[in-house]
Design a protein around this ligand. Structure first.
Ligand code: ATP
Length: 279
């Protein structure tokens, strides 16, 4: 772990209240250390329920951190006031798993993409030009801005979600299972697009997935999480070719499948909260 990391988590702990009046809180993250370097992809892999999404939500300021610290470029980003958190959302964006529900179905794509630009004080003409440029960047025609999300395929919608995340040039994007809902060929093209964008813009990704094959494809560094603890971190090639921890070896053999119901609940929670933050 380098000291100059763009994003850094040190001994981060997160607990959720237990169910029932006598239940004890459950510790979901149990001392997470993790660093994402500028312009790099840090893949986070683990089975369903291991705590991957909770790490993403902690980075986005959506869950309270009970202990430890999260820094972006050396500045603490946990426990911020809502105003400072909104300022932070310019630097950190998120791409969700499900392209079918992460876009507002009633709004033309151009309006969705322009919203964060208006938030930055851009004028309509300027914002329209930027939206056309974003659409071109993700491989969609400029007239896509006039159409509704339902007129696009899953892969195209994920491109729109990527364009939205890029709109205000963030430094870090939390990608939470961004290709899990797509077929294999479309997965590949969307992953290639994310990598191209990284090469062009220097954006960093915290890339969350249950699928080690996907994580290996895009990541520079991989961390393996189990029961709220990182069991192994290292260069993607080393971790996947010569896993040191027995759990990583098991993950490589078992290729776990994400639970669709949990994925849906997680996505809804994210959208609710992050939309609130952005609004
Ligand atoms: N708001 C919450 N309240 C209570 N428990 C929660 C909450 N959010 C998550 N959990 C619990 O925290 C644990 C980790 O959940 P998390 O969603 O981070 O796992 P994950 O690795 O992303 O799994 P998946 O890939 O299935 O989404 C789970 O046991 C989950 O039930």
């Amino acid at each position: 772990m380098t000291t100059s990391a763009l994003l850094r988590l040190d001994q981060v702990r997160v607990s959720f209240p237990g169910k029932g009046w006598r239940a004890r809180p459950t510790e979901v993250l149990r001392g997470i250390d993790l660093a994402v370097d500028a312009g790099q992809t840090h893949g986070l892999v683990g089975e369903s329920g291991s705590g991957k999404t909770t790490i993403g939500r902690a980075v986005l300021g959506l869950v309270p951190v009970a202990a430890g610290a999260i820094h972006l470029d050396g500045a603490p980003i946990h426990g911020l006031t809502p105003r400072r958190r909104r300022a932070l959302s310019r630097d950190i964006q998120v791409i969700f798993q499900d392209p079918y529900t992460s876009l507002n179905p009633a709004r033309p794509v151009g309006d969705t993409l322009a919203e964060p630009l208006y938030g930055q004080g851009q004028r309509p003409r300027e914002a329209r030009g930027r939206v056309a440029g974003l659409l071109e960047r993700v491989g969609l025609p400029a007239d896509a801005m006039h159409r509704l999300p339902r007129e696009f395929s899953g892969g195209q919608r994920q491109r729109i979600a990527i364009a939205r995340a890029l709109a205000i040039a963030p430094r870090l994007i939390v990608c939470d299972e961004p290709v899990s809902a797509l077929d294999l060929t479309t997965q590949r093209t969307v992953l290639d697009l994310l990598q191209e964008i990284q090469r062009d813009t220097g954006v960093a990704y915290l890339f969350i997935s249950h699928d080690l094959a996907v994580v290996r494809h895009v990541s520079h560094v991989v961390s393996v999480i189990r029961h709220g603890e990182i069991v192994e971190t290292g260069p993607a090639e080393r971790v996947t070719a010569e896993p040191r921890h027995p759990y990583t070896r098991r993950l490589l053999l078992s290729a776990p499948v994400a639970d669709p119901e949990r994925q849906r609940l997680r996505r809804e929670a994210y959208e609710r909260e992050f939309a609130g933050e952005r609004g």
